[in-house]
Design a protein around this ligand. Structure first.
Ligand code: FAD
Length: 491
């Protein structure tokens, strides 16, 4: 039986473990933490349960395809009627319906934009999805394939709109600044900046509003749990508290991993290794090579996990309190500063999963975007977190009328440093690399390593990028290459 090692048991590592064990390989997963899940983690304390990473799911069909490889256990997607409640700086509140037609009607009424402008925008965004999904999402990225298979390439390139920014493309469709802010926020879904990222990223708006935004019954943590249980049932072995520290080539192009187990250094040789951790960190572990330069990381985050002794009808499952000056918020991020007036995202899973909080309480996941740790103007998270907390609490009070301060009975805080040390992501980035340039998709690493034979990559820093569906697709693309190369059972 061919031996395959996977480094990291986040969503992409888990998905690859399921695929490769189903293909008939002996799969061993090395995970530095005590458990699986990576960014899709969970906190369970003082009667509260929090998802620590993703809270919103798109493209659930990617998960359906993965889980169909094994018949046990099912997962239930919920499409909430109101996907997110938005609180603007002028105190207006907008509930974004998940049904596209009601959404268009409501947006038109609320923002005074003709329905036709909205329909034209969604035709444009859908077209970008249809033109790019095959090349940029679902398959191994190949410039050659794009050039050969696309006789009308130039026309298509113009239609996917890579030369303008998201912000300037939105101004073509809409006049209302709040609506431009609303649609511009989709750039942050992969940690990018609407004032720099190419308009091609309007694809995300179609993915959420056209194809749907979902939640998982039982909480987002159900996703890594179910993939893990299927992978383990298919024979994958998981070794925890086992950080991999070096990778090297051995005879017959086999790959050796050095790792710690029970505090002692150990080594083992595999036919193939798939690294699901940050590609730049992987390359640093390869002996005798020059690692690639790190690309611009995506944004990071500060997250407050607050157990709150209160319930409020004013809040939904997902809520956004927008900053007053969105452009300035992204200028701050670009300069490496924690924004002076950050937009605040609040996710309260106990609105749907009552068991996530004690009776008459709620679990608030409160997040702001911050720069990655790449920038020189370092924010002193240790000493300034209290003032950041007060700023956020006062914004919550001003926008929603809720005075949360005296109601917090449980608190845990994640800073970019925690995200970096817990998940191993370079500089605390939460999605891998940003997509702030029209060349980002071309610069992203492919699944086959150019540095070492029989080394493969998946996860947020490789094609097609960060976010749940994309990292699962990266695991699929890498697994298919491995199965082909090692003559595994096709799935
Ligand atoms: C706060 C936050 C909010 C998010 N919100 C959303 C959202 O709403 N929707 C969405 O789609 N996506 C969201 N994302 C992104 C999504 O969570 C990630 O893209 C995805 O979970 C990444 O999975 P992964 O397998 O690539 O990496 P990870 O989850 O980072 O897994 C990597 C694993 O490798 C382990 N590891 C690292 N180094 C080593 C080593 N040397 N040896 C052994 N193990 C190692 C880590 O411990 C970790 O378990 C969010 C992320 C964060 C952090």
């Amino acid at each position: 039986m061919k031996k395959v090692a996977i480094i990291g048991a986040g969503l992409s590592g888990l998905a690859a473990a399921l695929r490769l064990s189903k293909a008939g390989f002996k799969v061993t997963v090395f995970e530095q933490n005590k458990t699986f899940g990576g960014k899709a983690g969970e906190i369970k304390e003082s009667g509260f349960r929090f998802d620590t990473g993703p809270s919103l799911l798109t493209m659930p069909f990617v998960i359906d395809e993965l889980l169909s490889l094994s018949s046990e256990d099912k997962i239930e997607f919920i499409r909430p009627e109101v996907l997110c409640r938005y609180f603007f700086s002028d105190k207006s509140v907008f509930d974004a319906n998940s049904d596209l037609e009601s959404f268009i009607e409501k947006v038109s009424l609320m923002f005074g934009e003709p329905e036709n402008n909205l329909r034209a925008y969604f035709i444009y965004a859908k077209n970008i999805y249809e033109l790019t999904a095959d090349v940029f999402l679902f398959n191994k990225f190949s410039l050659k394939r794009i050039l050969i298979n696309n006789p009308l390439l130039f026309l298509k390139i113009l239609q996917i709109d890579p030369f303008r920014t998201i912000n300037s493309s939105l101004k073509r469709f809409f006049k209302n600044e709040k609506l431009i802010q609303f649609f511009g926020r989709y750039a942050t879904y992969n940690g990018s900046d609407p004032y720099r990222a190419p308009a091609t990223l309007n694809i995300i708006s179609w993915v959420e509003n056209g194809l749907g935004g979902f939640y998982i019954n039982g909480g987002m943590r159900r996703l890594p749990e179910i993939i893990y249980s299927k992978a383990a049932a298919s024979g994958a072995e998981f070794i925890y508290e086992a950080p991999v520290i070096s990778i090297s080539q051995k005879q017959n192009s086999k790959v050796m991993l050095e790792y710690f187990k029970n505090g002692t250094r150990q080594e083992e040789v595999f036919d193939t290794v798939l690294s699901s951790i940050d590609v730049f960190k992987t390359e640093k572990m390869i002996s005798g090579i020059k690692p690639s330069e790190i690309s611009e990381p995506s944004t990071s985050a500060v997250i407050f996990f607050w157990g709150v002794k209160n319930t409020s009808a004013k809040m939904h499952l997902h809520n956004v309190l927008f900053s007053e000056n969105y452009k300035k918020e992204f200028e701050d991020l670009r300069k490496g500063k924690v924004p002076g007036d950050p937009s605040v995202y609040i996710y309260i899973s106990s609105k749907i999963n009552l068991q996530d909080a004690p009776e008459k309480c709620e679990n608030w996941f409160v997040m702001i975007n911050t720069p990655s740790l790449a920038n020189p103007q370092k924010f002193d998270y240790k000493n300034e977190i209290e003032s950041l907390k007060l700023k956020i609490l006062s914004k919550i009070k001003e926008r929603t009328g809720i005075n949360l301060k005296s109601k917090i009975i449980f608190e845990k805080i994640f800073t970019p440093n925690d995200i970096e040390s817990f998940t191993g992501s370079s500089l605390g980035s939460i999605y891998g690399n940003s997509s702030n340039s029209m060349f980002s998709a071309f610069r992203r690493k492919n699944s086959v390593s150019a540095k070492l034979k029989n080394l493969y990559y998946c996860g947020g820093t490789v094609h097609p990028g960060g976010g749940i569906p994309l990292v699962l697709l990266s695991a699929k693309i890498a697994s298919e290459s491995i199965i082909k190369n090692l003559n595994g059972k096709s799935l």
